[in-house]
Write a protein that binds this ligand. Sequence first.
Ligand SMILES: [Zn+2]
Length: 344
Amino acid sequence: MRSRFAVFVLALTVTPLLAHQLPVQPPGQPPPQPPAQVPTQPTCGGRSSNPRTACQPDVDRMMAALPEKAPAKPQKPRKVLVLARAAGYVHSSIPLAAKTIEALGTKTGAWTATTTYDAADINTENLRQYDLVFLDNTTGCFLDDPNDAQATASRRAALLAFIRGGKGIAGIHAASDSYHGNQCASPMASAGDPLWPEFNKMIGGYFKFHWNNPQLVTVKIDDPKSPLTAMFHGAEFDIHDETYVFANNSFSRDNVRVLTSVNYDKMSDADKAKERDPRPDHDYALSWIRREGNGRLFYEAHGHDESIYANRAMLEHLLAGIQYALGDLKADDTPYSSAMNGYL
Ligand SMILES: [Zn+2]
């Protein structure tokens, strides 16, 4: 009896559930479809729901590509501040670039690095402890506080005083997509006029166009005798990335010493045609150094795609460039004019 009663109760309980789960198909109606898959946001990388977390496979590839040794011995323990704040477009590679700078220093003993996403950390007092600021794909007016003109002015002054007083700045990729056009009002603008001419000159140029990732370019070595290009052994190499072009009036070899540039002759006519109003000098520099007051700047234009951070030679180039900007690796940084280099 008991078991028969149990079956009866069970049938009463289950029947409405089954009726709910399996609705009777009305005649002539299409069968019910499963709910559409909602695309899920990635959980790692600068454009993800955890924008300060690099994706582990990218970190693993970067760690495997790290050089063993720095080209110069640090004159003293060096401290680097990585500024990873983007006020415009946010690159997915931002947390990976920050991790790369930290790991490059730790593995080779060339420096220790701290990463911040807070522009307010660029102040005179805080910067005193650092030897170099690394601009990690900072876009737009990355130091500015739109609601506090005084804070904006003092951060800008602190960054310029930092390098001019004898310290270093290094920047990658979108560090040059900063302070131009109407970015401060509209972060997605491009080209246009300089918005902070002292910064634009200090970094060496500002963005006007890019060939889309993964554009193939042949990189030529403009300064093969420099210790900053030793890892390339004077030989051109191919690379895929998003390749920047700098506004005609913002970049000049009179202002910087170019280390590497695009071999424009090897670019296809179809690719050349993608650039509107091409640079008349066909001078598409990719990395350079320059002095600013008593300090030094190193800039590398590639670094959009995560694969750049798994490229051993590029990591060695970054390492040497940062050591130059720190003052530990000596290199001839005299600008050489367009005429001297055969770019007329
Ligand atoms: Zn980019």
